[in-house]
Design a protein around this ligand. Sequence first.
Ligand SMILES: NC(=O)c1ccc[n+]([C@@H]2O[C@H](COP(=O)([O-])OP(=O)(O)OC[C@H]3O[C@@H](n4cnc5c(N)ncnc54)[C@H](OP(=O)(O)O)[C@@H]3O)[C@@H](O)[C@H]2O)c1
Length: 327
Amino acid sequence: MIYRKLGSTGIDISAVGFGAWAIGGWMWGGSDETQAVEAIQAALDHGVTLIDTAPVYGFGRSERLVARAIRGRRDRVVLATKCGLIWDRVEGELHFHSNADGITSGPSERAVYKCLRPESIREELHASLQRLQTDYVDLYQTHWQTATTPVADTMAALLKLKEEGKIRAIGVSNATVDHLKQYGPIDADQERFSMIDRAMETGGGLEYCHGHQISVLAYSPLANGLLTGRLAPDRQYGPGDLRNGKPRFSSANVQRINAALERLRPIAERHRATLSQLVIAWTIAQPGLTCALCGARNAVQAAENAAAGQIELSAEELDTMNRIVRE
Ligand SMILES: NC(=O)c1ccc[n+]([C@@H]2O[C@H](COP(=O)([O-])OP(=O)(O)OC[C@H]3O[C@@H](n4cnc5c(N)ncnc54)[C@H](OP(=O)(O)O)[C@@H]3O)[C@@H](O)[C@H]2O)c1
């Protein structure tokens, strides 16, 4: 496994992280708790140190499962969670409605608000620490940005929590370069980035972060499973699975992506790697990119993804891959 620094903190993080969204079940058509715990433990056994979760992932379920999985190994984990999406009160800006399975435009059980007010962040952190069964979070990230609270107030609250030792580093997510400038010295930016989601690169975010010692954590590096090369074109997604009905997961598009990935197979075979592993290795080789946060539902997927952290691609292989991806 390759390890890299988290911003300017001196904390080492694995270049392949474990993303704990899918194990929460919400928006992923449910999840199996035993398999979820095994997945996290397999990731840790294979060198992963960074685990990323959020209160909203299963409305507390993901954080609770992470706590179960890391019991007895807390000191070896760089634990990242988030604030800013609340559902237990009406405050801030309405973000979406949700039922137990996922986001809905129909009748809903919960309204989720974006809120980054100082008192709200403090309350959220308290609840996360209880669910995670720990007294500090290594990386605390604002999940989504909102104009309902001045960034300076949010940042002041986060700095206070850092001073108190409740969080060790500050990060943001779903932020523009302009947001990053307003926050000032932070240690991480978590954004969507994969071979087929390049806005972080084209929009200048990667370059900005690289120049300001901000680690970039790529979310959905496998494009929600599309870039594993293993999705069957006729796969049926369960109720609440975010992939259900999305054009990206149509049979025709999955066939198109699988065919493109097949062209990368000779490079994968040279490294005795699977296509998923090659895609992850490509991701962490991108300049300015620190870590690929890979989701996994079970120990087999988690171990496979973690092992991608050992693959080093040559400049020539990266060029060939980039050419194929562009075509
Ligand atoms: N900050 C944010 O707003 C935000 C947003 C999205 C994600 N994230 C973070 O990024 C993490 C990862 O993103 P993600 O979960 O969207 O997507 P991802 O890592 O791109 O894809 C994960 C999914 O791909 C499939 N998969 C993973 N490894 C596989 C393997 N080796 N073989 C076959 N299938 C495999 C699994 O789904 P199936 O088995 O069901 O196919 C898995 O749930 C999240 O867990 C979360 O921590 C953050």
